[in-house]
Design a protein around this ligand. Structure first.
Ligand code: IPM
Ligand code: MG
Length: 358
């Protein structure tokens, strides 16, 4: 099979982790006789620097014509000085919107060999295996009006949802739950927010179409607490753009490190952007210590989702697990060490893949 992938390394640690993820795709393609074609494009701060725009037209066109997009990270402290429409993050938000990526899937599973990396006790975190389904194309991230008054002393953002936006993300969450433990917890703030009340009512309506699914609702503050007290209790968490952003970083920490969390941002056709949940981490960029496993696991999601190649995707995931089981750790996974760098752990995954005899 021919794979045509648009690669957007982005900013900070993005290029470092993306390189290892592409190496892993390359090794996987080799082993299974696929042809890998990668086209590189700028996004975020690097795109602003080179083209004066965080999402250049060329990047957007390149992403549209590829089978899928593999993205590193966006964000740079120098972007803080820019007007809102030129900030690096705007490049990513515009790309998600323009590609119609409304469903962000963020799985969090505790690997037994990483139990010690979690800040929680083994008893609490054991068997944690959940998926956050985050609405990605609406809510307060995109609501109008937004801005700051002329006097500069008042600023506002609008949290807005249309029923149709809630319907489509709810169906994604329920469909995922059908292949799992059939439990959906929808997270909102319906005791305070109108948009959350519409969210809750709409989820209840769709739940009627899925009688096998056990559907319940939880306020976001309670969900934040439950995630650290009883993460095993969750199967699928369905939530809005902002709440999903916050809870997915928390879920990452629960299972060890945000350096491990992969995600898929999907459109109506099931295509999309595959990106680690972590950001550009400017503090460690260039130090060679970033964890590339989230980017590598995002590449595995890409292969499974875009090409329906389960064996290839599983081999990548199993190889990640194998190098962790062999004891390799980047600093985010072990504060006391000894640890290895980005290249070492990433190339160990590629090496493991290439050793397979099919
Ligand atoms: C994420 C990130 C982004 C988001 C930022 C970089 C715009 O935090 O993917 O979780 O808020 O969606
Ligand atoms: Mg985030």
């Amino acid at each position: 099979m021919k794979w045509t992938i648009a690669v957007l390394p982005g900013d900070g640690v993005g290029p470092e982790v993306t390189k290892l993820a592409v190496d892993v795709l390359d090794s996987t393609a080799k082993i299974f006789n696929h042809e890998l074609n990668t086209d590189y494009y700028d996004i975020g701060w690097s795109a602003y620097k080179n083209h004066g725009n965080p999402l250049p037209q060329e990047t957007l066109e390149g992403c549209k014509s590829a089978d899928a997009v593999l993205l590193g990270a966006v964000g740079d402290p120098r972007g803080d000085e820019l007007p809102p429409e030129l900030r690096p993050e705007r490049g990513l938000l515009a790309l998600r919107k323009k590609l119609g990526c409304f469903a962000n899937i963020r799985p969090s599973r505790l690997l037994p060999c990483l139990a010690k990396a979690s800040p929680l006790t083994l008893e609490t975190v054991e068997n944690t295996d959940l998926v956050i389904v985050r609405e990605l194309a609406g809510g307060i991230y995109y609501g109008e009006p937004t801005g700051i008054t002329e006097s500069g002393d008042t600023a506002f953002d609008t949290m807005k949802y249309h029923r149709d936006e809630i319907v489509r993300i709810t169906r994604v969450a329920f469909d995922i739950a059908m292949n799992r433990k059939k439990k959906v917890v929808s997270v909102d703030k319906a005791n305070v927010l109108s948009s959350s009340r519409l969210w809750r009512n709409t989820v209840n309506e769709i739940a009627l179409e899925y009688p096998e699914i056990e559907c319940s609702h939880m306020f976001v503050d309670r969900a934040a607490m439950e995630l650290v007290m009883n993460p095993q209790g969750f199967d699928v968490l369905l939530t809005s753009n902002l709440f999903g952003d916050i809870l997915s970083d928390e879920a990452a920490a629960v299972v060890g490190s945000i350096g491990l969390l992969a995600s898929a941002s999907l459109n109506e056709d099931g295509g999309g952007i595959f990106e680690p949940v972590h950001g550009s981490a400017p503090d460690i960029a260039g130090s060679g210590s970033a964890n590339p496993l989230a980017a590598i696991l995002s590449a595995a999601m890409l292969v499974r989702q875009t090409y329906s190649l389960e064996t290839e995707a599983s081999l990548i995931e199993d190889s990640v697990e194998a190098v962790l089981e062999a004891g390799l750790r980047t600093p985010d996974l072990d504060r006391r060490g000894p640890t290895v760098g980005t290249e070492t752990i990433g190339s160990a995954v590629s090496h493991h893949i290439l050793q397979q005899t099919l």
